[in-house]
Design a protein around this ligand. Structure first.
Ligand SMILES: *Cc1c(COP(=O)(O)O)cnc(C)c1O
Length: 435
């Protein structure tokens, strides 16, 4: 049964005002609700798995700030730690013990990196990792994959051009072609394309960067064999393999995708969860590689607010909770049950819907295909269905990220009752989408 749209009067008013201040009324484009119905919701507060908008509507939140909030909103331990640290001053631009504490927490529980550097965003972490790889290998070219997002730095705002093995084309105005010419873009899950690129640019590729769990353009799960192949071809060519784990790090397990697949990359980038909801990014590698970074090495990278004490405190409070025995098992099991129940429903009804998932990440694909591992396999026309579902879900108190290309996240704060309510909302919404 269709139900009336929720009121968005206050959000709409705030949005009109925001449009006079910010381009498109937002400080990050996807927030503008361009791919779904209605004005963006302005959020007033969050608690656990729930958020409330400016009109007093309450939602169960599956966006979770795009991933950072693996413990839900306003986690009491994080609040306590942040409040305590904040009292002593917000920033010094000098080292603090908190940086050591967060680094220890990570390095003592991660077999894949020996040293780390904190930044203030995922974009910065990736940009710095690329510079490190170029500085280390003394090569300029990098290779990325169509369908992977690595933040908004120039070298990475590049998409595949025409032809099998090509230089990329810029995917944003303002990125010089000269930058795009240093970035090779190939399809995911295609060993031939990789071989071709390494043959064509022999001895020139500094780094291959991949989201080992591509989760920014749907959820394009890659096989273990493919990722291992990637590792091997990089090793053979003296090319560094960068795992961009800004989403997958601390999400699919404390050691991220490297841990899940058991593959040792040369550099790993982190973001999102690592800051407990505050702006933190990081990149890590072996001590030998990391010592190419300034001030010991010749690769320059810095940040006025890098390692900010308040942000470190949030990271410490969040990550220490993730280390509790059974944390990931419980979260991942909860997600698997949720996903399987929805799959049973759509299969029973014969709806052309798939849910792909790993750990506590899930993605709705409006498709008949059994699996989707490349960007090209996603049918843009299917997004109409997501758009309809998104509206029905909002009307039923369920908030998903406002684009069908975005994945959903489940946090430890999502209760069984939340997930039951959500399933009912999803079933009712899909019945309307496919009526
Ligand atoms: C979110 C994300 C980034 C960018 O991080 P920001 O903090 O938004 O700059 C980079 N890489 C991946 C894989 C991401 O998911």
């Amino acid at each position: 049964m269709s139900i009336p749209d929720i009121s968005r009067a206050n959000s709409a008013e705030l949005y009109e005002k925001a449009k006079t201040y910010f381009p498109g009324g937002v400080n990050s484009p996807v927030r503008a609700f361009k791919s779904v119905y209605g004005t963006p919701l302005f959020i007033e507060k969050g608690n656990g798995s729930h958020i409330w908008d400016a009109d007093g509507n309450e939602f169960i939140d599956f966006c979770c700030s795009w991933g950072p909030l693996i413990l839900g909103h306003a986690n009491p331990n994080i609040l306590e730690k942040v409040t305590e640290v904040m009292q002593k001053g917000m920033s010094f631009g000098a080292p603090t013990a908190l940086e050591n504490e967060l680094a220890e927490l990570i390095l003592n529980n991660n077999r894949f990196i020996e040293k780390i550097r904190f930044t203030s965003s995922g974009t910065e972490a990736v940009m710095s990792a690329i510079r490190l790889a170029r500085g280390y290998t003394k090569r300029d070219k990098i290779l990325k994959f169509e369908g992977c997002y690595h933040g908004h730095s120039d070298s990475l705002l590049v998409k595949a051009g025409s032809g099998l093995v090509t230089f990329g084309e810029t995917s944003s105005a303002g990125v010089p072609n000269a930058f795009a010419n240093e970035t090779i873009v190939v399809a995911l899950d295609d060993t031939k394309a990789l071989e071709g690129a390494f043959a064509e640019f022999k001895g020139e590729i500094a780094a291959v960067i991949i989201e080992p769990i591509p989760a920014n353009n749907g959820l394009l799960l890659q096989s273990q064999e493919y990722l291992q192949y990637l590792r091997d071809i990089c090793t053979q060519n003296g090319t560094m393999l960068i795992f961009d784990e800004v989403i997958s790090g601390f999400r699919v397990g404390f050691e991220g995708a490297a841990g899940v697949y058991g593959i040792q990359p040369d550099i790993i980038t982190y973001g999102k969860i690592i800051g407990g909801g505050l702006p933190v990014g990081a990149y890590g590698a072996s001590a030998e590689v990391m010592d190419h970074i300034s001030p010991v090495g010749s690769v320059y990278q810095a940040g006025t607010l890098s390692g900010n004490p308040v942000a470190m405190a949030a990271g410490i409070a969040q990550l220490s909770q993730l280390l509790k025995p059974g944390f990931y098992q419980e979260l991942n099991d909860k997600t698997a049950t949720f996903v399987n129940d929805i799959l049973d429903f759509v299969n029973g009804k014969g709806y052309p819907v798939k849910l792909f998932n790993i750990g506590s990440i899930f993605w709705f694909a409006f498709t008949d295909q059994e699996s989707i591992s490349t960007a090209e396999q996603i049918d843009p026309n299917s997004m109409v269905k997501f758009k309809e579902m998104h509206r029905e879900l909002l009307n039923r108190g369920v908030y998903m990220g406002p684009s069908g290309y975005e994945v959903g996240f489940i946090s430890s704060a999502h209760t069984t009752a939340d997930l039951e309510t959500t399933k009912t909302a999803i079933f009712d919404s899909l019945d309307i989408v496919f009526k």
